[in-house]
Design a protein around this ligand. Structure first.
Ligand SMILES: Cc1ncc(COP(=O)(O)O)c(C=O)c1O
Length: 384
């Protein structure tokens, strides 16, 4: 860099929600105004319309919306009767909600390691975890593969182990909804798939929201009951213990409009990831898509030698460029989760990657100069 060149330090957003608002124009505002006019704030007509759209989008028979991604996971485990004495296998490297719902129901999360190349569940580690659970007297009940950072887990490999061991598979697609695995969209790759519409997710609403996708008619019916206090024929006929787990009509209205541009946004995210990969492969370990997979790039996460990321984060921050660490600690290192069992051999890859990962700004609305500014700053810092 020429010493007379002034670096641009204008703040760059990590996710450009404002650019998306501009792209949507008045569509979302109009959709919210329609809800304000009809006043059916809970289970209004937009909720059913969204569920139809979500099911059609991913090719699932049912989409059942709910209050958050955490509720989506929880409701499925409740529907399956998961509870005390049951083991549910979860990756150690994920957001806490994946294991939180298991523990909330009194069941035991058993932590499984991940693959270094994909950040997703390592099936060999899953196989080693099953005897650990059994030795502790637990019933091996379910597995929750996570499609971390937007990349699908190896669903065929997970399904094979699940079939052999009688495990129910709940796909945690909170970060991956919209991605594909061997030509099929997430939402159809497991008996149940949970997703989140938290605003920072690839398909986010303007608050909290989530959904479960399934082809199973009886599971869908139970989920629809559980999200309204276990209702039966009507809301004062409570046939099971449930909760308030509904998606607000207002959020459904927002999501209907956002879903219309989601495929376009996924394409733009992929282009941004391609540009990052091309530019950064020589200075960092960049994410790779296995053959037959697509990602929605919930995060663009690179890996650096341990110790280098703090320096990079500080250099970028000084130039107005935010970064994030997903996740600084694997779950078994968090106070609330230290007591739960690990797969045989531990989870060394999760521990290693937690020290190496750093995520760069990622969204569908980069202009080339903005992304080039980020790329230039990363390269200067890592080359220096
Ligand atoms: C992998 C994963 N699972 C579950 C969740 C929970 O979703 P929510 O925040 O909507 O409850 C999240 C969201 O942060 C997530 O990233």
């Amino acid at each position: 860099m020429n010493q007379h060149t002034r670096l641009d330090t204008t703040p760059i957003p990590f996710i450009d929600v404002a650019a998306q608002r501009r792209r949507l124009g008045t569509a979302v505002d109009d959709a919210i105004a329609r809800v304000l006019a009809h006043c059916q704030f809970v289970m209004g007509p937009e909720v059913q319309a969204l569920e139809k759209d979500l099911a059609a989008f991913c090719g699932a028979r049912h989409a059942i919306s709910c209050a958050s991604g955490t509720d989506a996971l929880l409701l499925v485990l409740m529907a399956r009767g998961v509870g005390r004495g049951d083991a549910v296998f979860c990756p150690a490297f994920t957001f806490c909600a994946t294991a939180e719902v298991v523990a909330l129901l009194g069941a035991t999360p058993v932590f499984v390691d991940i693959e270094e190349a994909t950040f997703n569940l390592d099936v060999a580690s899953l196989k080693r975890a099953i005897p650990v659970a059994k030795q502790k007297g637990l019933t091996a009940k379910a597995v929750i593969p996570v499609d971390l950072f937007g990349l699908p887990a190896d669903h065929d490999a997970v399904a094979a182990v699940a079939k052999a061991e009688g495990l129910f598979v709940l796909d945690d697609a909170a970060q991956g909804f919209g991605a594909t695995y061997k030509g099929r969209k997430l939402g159809t790759l497991a008996p149940a798939t949970a997703t989140s519409f938290f605003p920072a997710k690839p398909l986010g609403c303007f608050g909290d929201g989530g959904a479960v996708m399934t082809d199973d008619d009886s599971l869908a019916e139970i989920l629809r009951s559980l999200r309204v206090h276990g209702q039966g024929t009507d809301r004062y006929d409570n046939v099971r213990i449930g909760t308030t787990g509904r998606l607000d009509t207002m959020q459904a209205a927002v999501l209907i409009e956002k879903l219309k541009i989601f495929e376009d946004e996924i394409a733009a995210r992929n282009e941004a990831a391609r540009r990052y990969n091309e530019a950064l492969a020589d200075v960092a370990t960049v994410p790779q898509l296995p053959e037959g997979y697509t990602s929605v790039w919930a995060q663009y996460t690179i890996r650096l030698q341990p110790g280098r990321r703090d320096q990079l984060a500080a250099a970028l921050k000084a130039q107005g460029i935010p970064t994030a660490i997903y996740y600084p600690r694997p779950l078994h290192k968090l106070a609330a989760y230290t007591g739960f069992p690990l797969s045989e051999g531990g989870v060394p890859v999760s521990e290693k990657l937690a020290d190496e990962v750093i995520s760069l700004p990622m969204h569908a609305y980069f202009d080339a100069p903005t992304q080039d500014r980020i790329i230039g700053a990363v390269k200067r810092s890592l080359a220096g």
